[in-house]
Design a protein around this ligand. Structure first.
Ligand SMILES: [Zn+2]
Length: 153
């Protein structure tokens, strides 16, 4: 499944651990929606870095794969909200990951939660879970209640 023009779902789900476990490592609907947001973010990064291919080394991990790799339960990878990658064509040399991170940090208005230079070997970029909860509440003499209700005096 193509998520955006340059990113395919399989780039986020391929995992040597999943292969070893015989697990397809497929996202559910919410996780897929998260991966789409992530791919859109990576498209903006790709364009900003001159259109060089973004090579994803680790993306989504379902619960079983995440446990097998020793990932923390609330890892953004677990939710389809993080990718580890490199952009080999953008910058060569020992400081290539740092230079790429610095360039990503300058993408105008790019929304991300964390951008991490990991060991000068790869970049970890994560998004926040959807910020807008569209929570509908009523507060009145009875306290805080779900839904839009007529307030009680
Ligand atoms: Zn990561």
């Amino acid at each position: 499944m193509q998520l955006t023009p340059h990113f395919h779902l399989s780039e986020f789900t391929r995992s040597s651990t999943a292969r070893r476990l015989g697990d397809a490592n497929q996202p559910n609907a919410q996780e897929l929606a998260n991966l789409r947001r992530l791919a859109e973010c990576l498209e903006r990064i790709r364009a900003h870095l001159g259109g060089h291919p973004v090579v994803i080394t680790s993306g989504f991990r379902n619960e079983r794969v995440n446990r097998a790799v020793g990932g923390v339960p609330n890892s953004a990878h677990r939710l389809g909200l993080a990718a580890d990658f490199t952009v080999p064509g953008f910058h060569q040399g020992p400081s290539s990951v740092l230079a790429t991170c610095q360039a990503i940090a300058e993408v105008p208005g790019l929304c991300f939660d964390q951008l991490i230079n990991e060991h000068d070997r790869w970049i970890h970029l994560s998004l926040r879970p959807a910020d807008d909860r569209r929570q509908l509440l009523t507060i009145d003499s009875r306290g805080t209640r779900p839904g839009l209700l007529r307030a009680q005096a």
